[in-house]
Each structure stands twice: as structure tokens, then as C-alpha cells.
Design a protein around this ligand. Structure first.
Ligand SMILES: Nc1ncnc2c1ncn2[C@@H]1O[C@H](COP(=O)(O)OP(=O)(O)OP(=O)(O)O)[C@@H](O)[C@H]1O
Ligand SMILES: [Mg+2]
Length: 226
């Protein structure tokens, strides 16, 4: 069953002489439960695509359907709610709220919906990400890699059907990176979650079952590894 479809997605930034075509006709279908890596050179359009899939940004043209919902039909408020409940998003630059503790950052998606966390799941997530002892700290008191793990915890707290992660291991060493990928794989399997992750790290990409390569806003290769 498919969870994500992109048809003819184009994204043009700016106007006149300053126009940049970040995405130039992306067609893509992802089925439920897939673990997909997206690779490509800096500036090729990876983050732009992820933001459009996460309904943070809108395409200039083309359509994106996620779990049966046409994202273009959502107004900004509906898009925010959809994203929070259905899609976990790990931003390349984390986007943590600086004035809130780690715990409050992680629980934010639930707090916004006035929902109580499942204590057991919360503890499991923070433990497996190695941030249990940082819950009362502010983001500014954490290393880059720790902030990245907080962002991952926040993206998982709603147990989203679709997880979109932009370089989730970009600030981690090999050992931590491997642990995070193993954890995401487990989450992918246990929650029947679909994961799309952007990476520059070949080792990380090789952990995925499908590797999509983007160049200049086009998909130039889409490869199944088994
Ligand atoms: N808000 C914006 N306004 C104008 N141009 C933008 C904007 N965001 C991205 N771009 C341009 O769109 C293109 C794609 O950018 P994008 O951030 O998607 O690349 P990326 O593949 O994620 O790169 P990286 O690996 O460095 O993160 C680049 O040429 C970039 O300069
Ligand atoms: Mg990027």
C-alpha cells in the first residue's frame, strides 16, 4: 500500500534573475514500511523535497499525497496539524525551542494537542537515544549530536506513520550514528513506520533498502537493494 506519492513536483525559489529551480519534476511513490535513503550533492534539492513532503513548504506546481491526503488541499493550520500527527520531521538544523527543556521539546507535539505521553514509550525513546540524563537541560547546554538526538526523539514521540529525517546522523561519530540507524530500523519495523532519510554518509545509505539519488532537482537513480 502506498503512503506517499509525488507527481511532477517543482519548486522554484525567487523571481526574475534570482530564480532557482530547486526541484524540477519529481515523481515518486513510496510504500508503507519502506526504509529509503535520499542522497545527492549539496544544493541538489534534498531538504527542499523533505520540507515539501512534510508540508512545511509548498511546491510551485505538482501534487503530493500522503496517506490519502492531498497536501495542497490543506490550509496552513490543517497542514500544521497533519504534520504533527502523521509525519515526524527531523530538520537538518534541529529547530529545537531554545527556551524549553529537552523534555518539553520532545513532548511538544503532544502538548500542542493536549495529549499525555505514554511514559513507557517516552522513556524507551530517550533511553535508546542516550539522552535520559539531559531531560532538564536547555538545548544550548547540549552538544550538536545531543541536540540532534533530541530532535529525533521529538519526531518519534507521536509514533508517526511517516518519518522524514534530514541528515539525522550528520553530527554523530560512526558509533553513535550506527546506534541511531539501528534504532530507526527497529522503529521502522516495530511501528510499521515508513522512513525517508537524507544522508551524506555512504554507510548510512547502505543500511536502507532503497536509495534515491537527486541531482539538480531531478531523481537520477532509484535503486532497490534487495
Ligand atoms: N529559501 C530559499 N530561497 C532561495 N533559494 C533556496 C532556498 N532554499 C533552498 N534554496 C536553493 O535551492 C537549492 C536546493 O537547496 P536544498 O536546501 O534543498 O539543498 P540540499 O540538497 O538539501 O543541500 P545540502 O546537502 O547542502 O543540505 C539550492 O540551490 C539552494 O540554494
Ligand atoms: Mg539540506
Amino acid at each position: 500500500m502506498n503512503i506517499l506519492t509525488c507527481e511532477g513536483v517543482r519548486k522554484v525559489y525567487g523571481s526574475g534573475n534570482n530564480q532557482v529551480t530547486a526541484l524540477d519534476g519529481i515523481n515518486l511513490t513510496v510504500n508503507k514500511g519502506e526504509f529509503v535513503a535520499i542522497i545527492g550533492a549539496s544544493g541538489s534539492g534534498k531538504s527542499t523535497l523533505l520540507h515539501i513532503l512534510g508540508s512545511v513548504d509548498r511546491p510551485t506546481s505538482g501534487t503530493v499525497t500522503i496517506d490519502g491526503t492531498d497536501l495542497s488541499k490543506l490550509n496552513p493550520t490543517q497542514a500544521a496539524i497533519f504534520r504533527r500527527r502523521k509525519v515526524g520531521l527531523v530538520y537538518q538544523f534541529y529547530n529545537l525551542i531554545p527556551t524549553l527543556t529537552v523534555q518539553k521539546n520532545i513532548l511538544m507535539p503532544l502538548t500542542l494537542d493536549k495529549k499525555k505521553p505514554n511514559k513507557e514509550y517516552f522513556e524507551k525513546v530517550v533511553r535508546s537515544l542516550g539522552i535520559s540524563d539531559k531531560l532538564e537541560a536547555l538545548p544550548s547546554q547540549l552538544s550538536g549530536g545531543q541536540q540532534q538526538r533530541v530532535a529525533i526523539a521529538r519526531s518519534l514521540i507521536y509514533r508517526p506513520a511517516l518519518l522524514l529525517a534530514d541528515e539525522p546522523t550528520g553530527n554523530l561519530d560512526q558509533k553513535n550514528s550506527k546506534e541511531i540507524i539501528d534504532m530507526l530500523k527497529l522503529s521502522n519495523r516495530n511501528l510499521d513506520q515508513t522512513i525517508l532519510l537524507i544522508t551524506h554518509d555512504e554507510k548510512v545509505a547502505l543500511e536502507a533498502e532503497r536509495i534515491i539519488t537527486i541531482e539538480d532537482g531531478h531523481i537520477i537513480s532509484d535503486e532497490w537493494r534487495r
